[in-house]
Design a protein around this ligand. Structure first.
Ligand SMILES: Cc1ncc(COP(=O)(O)O)c(C=O)c1O
Length: 395
């Protein structure tokens, strides 16, 4: 038998303190029961329509298209915006791997952009520098001077619940005629200068997997104001059926649908999202109050222009001052049955994407060495909080 391994978003079998698990406290049972009672359990149904409508409205977008996962949403967003094989897409190197994989699914190439040191998001200055210094116009198209390929889009990833500093990126996109696809999977409900994350670029994607702020078990959503893209996204995610009686398919489609049962959960979770955001912000504030007193620990910060949802509370550990590095702290907490995890290997270091271009990614490498994410489920109890804090404060 396979050994069960630690999976974020899944409760721990041994009753320890999990990193980040779902919180089911709303009308999930009631809405799922409605699906079972009416036999609407599969890939169409009133909850799918409602979840699409309500999530789009929440972000301020005109259209929502539900998908089976956030990764599927990213794949389809790249297709509907017309990213072609051999195009290049600027993407954050410090990210979970899904957006980078999605770029490769469509045959395009990522160009990895570093994180900035303050809030750990895609560095807008490096985006601008790359576009201005490393690219040039040829036949009305922006081309990477090194590879000769066309630059087509920017994909900022709003990491850990905090927005990317978008205005300089949007200005650059406008200047260089690039599409902006937000990977907003980790940051539903966050705001950038009072504008909702997911309604800042041309199209955006969310995830509802088990560790996200709201969950459908697994699921995703594309939101956009562009009706043509939204219609195409629905078409592609539902097998590209031109005639559902005669089974005529005009192009290659995908079965990327969210089921009505999952959407029912999503509707219930969306009703309590703002409460969950408050809980996440409270947990972050309480952690930061403690950690700012401990030499060698630097807490997660919120930019003056941001409203973070603090989806995944993360610390930076300075080995010299704190007395151990982030991985030793992870092991120590693990021995106390407290789940933590480092940030992702920066994508430019990923063997899966060896050979792709990166642009000065030192900050992401440093963050990967020193960062550690701590238990921060919406339902984290005060005794669990005290146990985590005690274990970290004990030197
Ligand atoms: C930044 C980022 N992008 C994309 C995804 C993919 O979402 P999903 O797991 O729903 O496919 C995730 C999380 O899982 C993520 O953290």
């Amino acid at each position: 038998m396979l050994k069960p391994s630690f999976e974020p978003g899944v409760p721990m079998a041994d009753g320890g303190i999990p990193l980040c698990i779902p919180e089911i406290r709303g009308k999930e049972w009631e809405y799922v029961k409605q699906c079972l009672d009416t036999n609407f359990v599969s890939s169409v149904g009133p909850f799918v329509d409602r979840f699409e409508r309500e999530l789009a409205t929440y972000t301020g977008a005109k259209f929502g298209v539900a998908t089976s996962t956030g990764t599927a949403a990213l794949h389809i967003a790249l297709l509907v915006t017309g990213i072609q094989p051999d195009d290049e897409v600027l993407v954050s190197t410090l990210t979970f791997i899904a957006p980078v994989n999605a770029i490769r699914y469509v045959g395009a190439w990522p160009v990895f952009i570093d994180a900035e040191p303050d809030y750990w998001q895609m560095d807008p200055q490096k985006v601008v520098d790359f576009l201005e210094k490393e690219c040039s116009w040829k036949d009305n198209e922006l081309r990477n001077k090194l590879t000769g390929r066309r630059i087509k889009a920017i994909m900022p990833v709003h990491l850990l619940g905090h927005p990317v500093d978008m205005d300089p990126i949007l200005d650059a996109a406008h200047k260089f005629n690039l599409i902006v696809i937000e990977d907003a999977t980790e940051s539903l409900g966050a705001k950038y200068k009072d504008r909702m994350v997911g309604h800042l670029g041309d199209i955006a994607c969310f995830s509802f997997n088990g560790n996200k702020i709201i969950t459908t078990g697994g699921g995703g959503m594309i939101v956009t104001d562009n009706e043509v893209w939204a219609r195409k996204a629905k078409y592609l995610t539902t097998q590209a059926k031109d005639d559902s009686i005669e089974f005529i398919h005009g192009t290659i489609g995908y079965n990327y649908r969210l089921t009505n049962i999952q959407a029912a959960m999503g509707c219930a979770q969306l009703e309590v999202l703002n409460e969950y955001i408050e809980a996440k912000r409270r947990i972050a504030k309480n952690y930061s109050k403690v950690f700012q007193e401990i030499p060698g620990l630097a807490s997660m910060r919120e930019a003056p222009w941001a409203n973070s949802i603090y989806w995944m509370y993360t610390l930076l550990v300075d080995e010299k001052t704190y007395g151990m590095d982030s991985r030793a702290l992870m092991r120590r907490l693990g021995a106390c049955k407290i789940q933590t995890r480092p940030l992702w290997q920066p994508a430019h270091r990923s063997p899966a994407h060896a050979g792709c271009q990166s642009f000065n990614c030192d900050t992401a490498e440093r963050l990967n060495r020193v960062a550690l994410s701590l238990p921060c489920s919406v339902g984290l109890t005060s005794s669990q909080f005290e146990m985590v804090v005690d274990a970290i404060s004990r030197q």
